[in-house]
Design a protein around this ligand. Structure first.
Ligand SMILES: [Cu+2]
Length: 113
């Protein structure tokens, strides 16, 4: 009986450790992909959990784009690129807006909860 109780306690401690912050909001280490293609951001609105990484993929070989943070909170913007990727990890909740400065009508946002 004592041994079973001890096992129970271990399981509870493990669950608490995996559960994350005490405010109940889960974090994640997931990576989400946003494509810049056909002079569009796909998807333009992305909802993620705190801790998620967003990877923008520059796929328009004939049109260079960038990802430039606008307003607050800010995040690390990218250079103007024809290809390659730009990754940002979002640790704090908020709505992060951005544009491509080459094509200002390319607008996106990352909503972090
Ligand atoms: Cu662009």
């Amino acid at each position: 009986m004592g041994r079973r109780l001890a096992l129970c306690a271990v399981v509870i401690v493990l669950v608490a450790a995996i559960g994350g912050p005490s405010d109940g909001a889960a974090t994640t280490s997931r990576t989400h992909v946003v494509r810049l293609v056909d002079i569009e951001i796909k998807p333009a609105v992305l909802r993620v959990r705190r801790g998620a990484t967003v990877e923008w993929r520059f796929l328009d070989r004939v049109a260079a784009h960038d990802v430039t943070s606008r307003g607050r909170p800010r995040f690390r913007s990218s250079a103007t690129k024809l290809e390659g990727t730009h990754r940002v990890r979002f640790r704090r909740a908020g709505t992060y807006r951005y544009i491509c400065t080459v094509h200002p009508n390319m607008r996106g946002r990352v909503v972090v909860r």
